[in-house]
Ligand binder design. Structure first.
Ligand code: ZN
Length: 259
């Protein structure tokens, strides 16, 4: 099963950005809890949180939590400030995690499309070596959601139904991009293109598959968590899985199998 970590920004002694009664640390926790509820009720995924209460947590501790859980992915949630408008996302600049950009594109466009009724401004997909993005051993995405000091966005941030929609939209974007398997799905045929002891080898295979137009995800599996599986699709119809398997074998990856 996929594992992800949701990281509500700030907390405890660190309120993040503040405007009147609104504090970033409370808003990020609200979003994180909604996102967790959405994902765990709909998808077969283990969701860990760096915090579930208003507690102080250093960046270093957040990174070690992400690494400790051998997560496949993490999502950091923040609220912007500076009187602007809209939502932006960040992934690492690091080239070793360049599949992050592909994943970011899939997540970001999904989130923006799900929020279309609210006419949230799309501030774009960006890259920056923020602490977590840089030091976590797995790919992740960092969201800056709306502006705490912009009056019309404050209304959204205080609106429970909007916050639910936003948390759900980010969850759905991640679920689709990372090929989470829906809970209601019966038998699911997963295509395993390869399994490796080194993450770099899994990343290399992922790049080859990408050249052939096949999206894949790297998952940590096995009791010791030192096995990196490249999952190139999950299907509910066996014939679709077999067609994908054949495509991958035709590319020369004869060890691929349906798991
Ligand atoms: Zn922040």
């Amino acid at each position: 099963m996929m594992k992800m970590v949701i990281d509500p920004g700030h907390g405890g002694e660190d309120p993040g950005v503040v405007a009147g009664q609104l504090r970033e640390k409370d808003l990020t926790l609200q979003l994180a809890l909604r996102m967790r509820g959405y994902l765990t009720s709909r998808y077969r995924v283990h969701v860990y949180m760096t915090r579930t209460t208003d507690r102080t947590l250093r960046l270093r501790e957040r990174v070690s939590l992400i690494n400790h859980h051998y997560a496949d992915f993490f999502c950091s949630l923040h609220i912007n400030s500076g009187k602007g408008h809209g939502l932006e996302s960040y992934v690492s600049k690091s080239s070793s995690l360049d599949q992050s950009i592909e994943v970011q594109h899939r997540i970001h466009t999904k989130v923006i499309s799900l929020l279309a009724p609210y006419k949230i401004m799309d501030r774009g997909m960006k890259q920056a070596d923020m602490y977590l993005l840089h030091y976590a051993m797995v790919p992740g995405i960092h969201f800056e959601c709306l502006f705490i000091d912009t009056v019309d966005e404050q209304r959204y941030l205080q609106n429970h139904s909007f916050m639910t929609k936003l948390g759900n939209a980010m969850g759905e974007g991640i679920a689709k991009a990372l090929q989470f398997i829906p809970r209601r799905a019966g038998i699911v045929y997963r295509i395993i293109a390869g399994s490796f002891n080194q993450r770099e080898q899994a990343v290399a295979l992922q790049k080859y598959l990408r050249l052939g137009g096949i999206d894949s995800m790297i998952m940590n599996v096995g009791a010791s968590h030192q096995c990196y599986q490249v999952q190139a699709g999950a299907f509910q119809v066996r014939s679709n899985a077999e067609a994908r398997l054949q495509d991958i074998k035709d590319m020369g990856f004869l060890d691929a199998y349906i798991g």
